[in-house]
Design a protein around this ligand. Structure first.
Ligand code: S3P
Length: 170
């Protein structure tokens, strides 16, 4: 059985763009849990947050993570808050190597600034909010098997670093 490579980390650390490149390099499928949640719910994540609230979103996320954790040999990107739930992390680790992508708050801000799709960052002081959420979540991301910093790197470089680290780990 081949392990999955699971990308986690804060919003704007490049999980989706890196995941696509990584899957292409490995000749395997790329699964984005946020996209699956939108498909299943038939609406956008920002609409789920707005109409039904974050707890409802976390319930949908839990179900999707449970399902995709059963895959083998694929690349999976999960939303930035998924592994705050220990059940999600445990499921993802069962068949997967969990890779946490990091970036400095300033770089994250520059990457997410014009994106409307992040309901948690729809606040005046985005940099402050990014710092606050990272402080709360850092110790969850630290539970990953591998950490790769993405500041000033493109997805291709990050994917290569992940491959190197994963090969050392196996
Ligand atoms: C969230 C991150 C988002 C998405 C949702 C909540 C979070 O995914 O799941 O808006 O709690 O950090 P990305 O990390 O892919 O932006």
């Amino acid at each position: 059985m081949k392990k999955n490579i699971v990308l986690t980390g804060f919003m704007g650390t490049g999980k989706t763009s890196t995941g696509r490149v990584l899957a292409m390099k490995l000749g395997t499928r790329f699964i984005d849990t946020d996209k699956l949640i939108e498909k299943e719910a038939g609406t956008l994540i920002r609409e789920i947050f707005k109409k039904l609230g974050e707890p409802h979103f976390r319930g949908l996320e839990r179900e999707i993570v449970r399902k995709v954790s059963e895959e083998n040999g694929v690349v999976i990107a999960v939303g930035g808050g998924a592994i705050v739930n220990p059940a999600n992390l445990a499921d993802l680790k069962r068949h997967g190597i969990v890779v946490s992508l990091t970036a400095s708050p300033e770089v994250i801000l520059s990457r997410v600034e014009r994106n409307l799709d992040r309901p948690l960052l729809k606040v005046e002081d985005k940099l402050g909010k990014i710092k606050e959420l990272i402080a709360v979540r850092a110790h969850f991301y630290e539970k990953s098997d591998i950490t790769v910093d993405t500041d000033f790197k493109n997805p291709e470089q990050v994917a290569d670093e992940i491959l190197e680290a994963v090969r050392r780990e196996m």
